[in-house]
Design a protein around this ligand. Structure first.
Ligand SMILES: CC(=O)N[C@H]1[C@@H](OP(=O)(O)OP(=O)(O)OC[C@H]2O[C@@H](n3ccc(=O)[nH]c3=O)[C@H](O)[C@@H]2O)O[C@H](CO)[C@@H](O)[C@@H]1O
Ligand SMILES: C=C(OP(=O)(O)O)C(=O)O
Length: 438
């Protein structure tokens, strides 16, 4: 099996940006990274074939496709279409490939799907961004509630159910930071294959959850939300289905913030204004960016005068998504006055702060908030980032800065953005990638 490029291979490629050009124009938005990843896991609980359209061409979907193939599923990815025929239960390998599993966050959700199909699974601790400790206790509690014995050691986790497989259950998704997105999908996939009525209390309502629920309903699962939580009537046979991944609201927000940081305005195809959570729309508008729906085919984002500093807080849907906070901070370096971005989904998420300071930003962070003062004339810098949204924050700073900046390493960028560099070039950015080998 070919393993998709490793971090080391991609860390030898750098992005070079000469800033100061206003970005404007029209670009497409990719299918949502995080929705696609959860749908890949959901595809594993179906018995029939699944086709997902508009999947983003990124490292994380490549890694997840390989994890599925390793379980025995027949997987084809072609021109944005992901087709999978899950193996019959008897033929599923109940081991999540350890090297691949350590590279993505969705490993535990994929493991839940395998557990739901085969009554057992062994998996490594998941990867994904490491900006702070990211617990998985709610995922494991859902597996236990579904009847699995869960044993964790230093190398990974093993979950095993009795001969009847997963059973209907009640599990709670609340954490001190709000409901867990990933654990809610883990619980949904277990419940989908557990005959009887399951109840998931305090579920996350992020689009990743509601889109997975829509997909499971297409496959024949009875599923609905009410004041008590998420009700799932599971079955030991699920049809497959065809499903389209909606546009990536985080990529869209990133592009809007990149353009606004340079004084530009853009048109995005493949997303609608209602895909933007209220907290994101409110933050953009308060900063001076107007969003207009374009006849149901896209969104225009236009600057309304100079950017203004804002106070904002991340939170569970429909609040400002935590995955947009680093990019927002980069944009607000160009805003008049002070800004404060409170982080309420994670105990801390500020790996972008030091990098932005290298560009000259007046920015500081405390445990759960980032404070800024602007506008600052940023100067070019050579600085690397530690994770997917921190790297885009640095790219935004480079686009706004005077001179030529270098951001070494594109591993984190490629985990989540398939066409970001090409799209920025289309909008007028002076941006290239260079390999150390060249
Ligand atoms: C691949 C994917 O979709 N990743 C997204 C997903 O991550 P992910 O599913 O990992 O995020 P969670 O919603 O689970 O985590 C949010 C918070 O809950 C806590 N927690 C989580 C699980 C648990 O079992 N116990 C617990 O305490 C975490 O430590 C964190 O503070 O949702 C996050 C929050 O919207 C996004 O930033 C990530 O981009
Ligand atoms: C934190 C993120 O991703 P992951 O959960 O895959 O690390 C993200 O998409 O911003």
């Amino acid at each position: 099996m070919t393993i998709t490029p490793t971090a080391a291979a991609l860390e030898s490629t750098a992005v070079t940006v000469t800033g100061g050009r206003p970005l404007s124009g029209r670009i497409p938005v990719q299918g949502s990274k995080n929705i696609a990843l959860h749908l890949y896991a959901a595809a594993l609980v179906a018995d029939g074939p699944v086709v997902l359209a508009s999947v983003p061409d990124i490292l994380d979907t490549g890694v997840c496709a390989q994890i599925l193939a390793h379980t025995g599923a027949h997987v084809v990815v072609d021109d944005g279409r992901f087709s999978v025929i899950p193996a019959p239960a008897m033929a599923i390998c109940p081991i999540i490939h350890p090297e691949l599993g350590r590279r993505v966050r969705t490993t535990v959700v994929l493991a839940a799907a395998v557990l739901a199909r085969t009554s057992q699974v062994t998996f490594p601790y998941p990867g994904g961004d490491a900006f702070c400790p990211r617990l998985i206790d709610r995922h494991l509690a859902a597996m236990q509630a579904a009847g699995a014995e869960v044993i964790a050691d230093a190398t990974g986790i093993r979950a095993q159910c009795g001969p009847r497989g997963v059973r209907a259950f009640t599990a709670d998704m609340a954490t001190p930071y709000g409901p867990s997105l990933g654990a809610t999908v883990t619980a949904m996939l277990l419940a989908a294959r557990a005959p009887g009525a399951s109840l998931i209390t305090h579920p996350s309502m992020e689009p990743e959850v509601t889109e997975t629920a829509r997909f499971l309903a297409e496959c024949g699962v009875e599923i609905h939300f009410d004041d008590h939580g998420l009700h799932v009537s599971g079955s030991d046979h699920l049809a497959g289905g065809d499903f389209t991944v909606v546009g990536d609201r985080i990529e869209a927000a990133t592009m809007i913030m990149a353009a606004a940081s340079t004084g530009g305005s853009i048109h995005l195809d493949g997303i609608t204004a209602c895909a933007f959570p209220d907290g994101l729309t409110a933050a953009l508008e308060a900063a001076g960016i107007n969003l207009f729906e374009d006849a149901g085919v896209g969104v225009c984002a236009q600057l309304n005068g100079a950017l203004q500093g804002i106070d904002a807080a991340t939170g569970p849907h429909p609040a400002l998504p935590t995955d947009t906070a680093p990019q927002l901070a980069a944009m607000l370096t160009q805003a008049c006055g002070s800004s404060l971005i409170a982080e309420r989904v994670y105990p801390r998420r500020d790996t972008h702060v030091e990098g932005l300071r290298a560009f000259g930003a007046d920015i500081s962070s405390t445990d759960a908030a980032v404070g800024l003062r602007g506008p600052t004339r940023l100067r070019a810098a050579t600085v690397a980032a530690a994770d997917i949204r921190a790297v885009t924050a640095l790219l935004i700073a480079a686009l706004a800065a005077e001179g030529t900046s270098t951001i070494p390493g594109i591993y984190h960028l490629q985990r989540g953005y398939g066409r970001l560099i090409a799209n920025l070039a289309t909008l007028g950015a002076d941006i290239t990638t260079t390999s150390e080998a060249s």
